[in-house]
Design a protein around this ligand. Structure first.
Ligand code: HEC
Length: 268
């Protein structure tokens, strides 16, 4: 299997190199490139994928229809952006502004960076977001040139495609290995918490979590909970039951929340 992975990587490197050679230097055939990039950014596959990715990654705060009214929104200040309202945007509603927000997040609040998502996934989400109001600025040559210069989006999209053809069997084997390692780590943390049951924080966690493994995995995937008590409450109470927590966490006192937050920050 190792050999197979090596030859895949080698093949990917060769094609990346060929791609960058064929792309020419900066400024080469720029107008043509930007037309091609607009087409790639708005490709039907990326349009389709965006709605699902938005639901999975963004709706808990921004709401299913992007009105800024997701389950976690009540606890947040500043509030999540309403994507159909045009006033008050910090990075702007141009494609490049939206991309900047996903690349860097918005400091000082609950809007984290999504730079761990592939370029293709980020573009897909932005495409979906842009369908939520009729007046998002159209993609122009100048706009995509700026986007590409700032973030290398054309190459990123190409690379997102190139990693796809890993044979399914290899991908599954890799996933299973990664999952087994993750599950083992979560289980170690849970048994640590269970064996320190005399600590108030541990008791609160076990009372809050219907499915401790899933609850910890939710926190691992939403690191923004570490930032502040508000973020923590927002993450735990957004879709509590799907995310491994009990609905009754909503009745925790402020002091319980503080104790639990401090405990988890030092423990996991
Ligand atoms: C944990 C809650 C939360 C999640 C999840 C979240 N956001 Fe946000 N988002 C916010 C908040 C809060 C703001 C407002 C930040 C501000 O104005 O300082 C915001 C603002 C934004 C903005 C406006 C930036 C601007 O220029 O003012 C965009 C665009 C955005 N989010 C996109 C997304 C996308 C896309 C996702 C999913 C990939 C996402 N957000 C997930 C909470 C969240």
């Amino acid at each position: 299997m190792n050999k197979q992975i090596h030859s895949l990587i080698a093949a990917a490197l060769v094609s990346v190199t060929l791609w960058s050679l064929s792309a020419g230097g900066p400024g080469a055939a720029q107008a043509q490139d930007s037309k091609a990039l607009i087409k790639a950014l708005e490709s039907p596959e990326l349009q389709k994928k965006g709605a699902e990715l938005f639901k999975a990654n963004c709706a808990s705060c921004h709401g299913d229809a992007g009105k800024g009214d997701g389950l976690a929104a009540a606890a947040l200040n500043p509030k999540p952006r309403n994507f159909s309202a045009s006033a008050g945007w910090k990075n702007g509603r141009e494609f490049s502004g939206l991309y900047k927000t996903l690349e860097e997040g918005i400091p000082g609040g609950a809007m984290g960076a999504y730079s761990h998502l592939s370029v293709a996934d980020r573009v897909a989400i932005i495409n979906h977001l842009r369908t939520l109001a009729a007046d998002y600025p159209k993609l122009t040559d100048a706009e995509v040139t700026k986007l590409d210069q700032a973030y290398g989006v054309a190459k990123g999209l190409e690379n997102s495609k190139k990693v796809m053809p890993i044979p399914v069997s290899v991908a599954i084997a890799k996933l299973t290995e990664e999952n087994a390692a993750k599950v083992k780590m979560l289980d170690q943390k849970i048994s640590y918490i269970e064996s320190h049951h005399s600590e108030k924080g541990a008791q609160l966690f076990l009372a809050a979590a219907a499915q401790p493994r899933r609850a910890l995995s939710t926190l691992a995937h939403t690191p923004v909970w570490r930032n502040s008590l508000k973020d923590f409450v927002a993450v735990v109470t957004a879709n509590a039951e799907q995310n491994g927590f009990r609905a009754r966490v909503a009745t925790f006192s402020k002091q319980d929340w503080e104790t639990l937050h401090a405990y988890l920050k030092k423990t996991i």
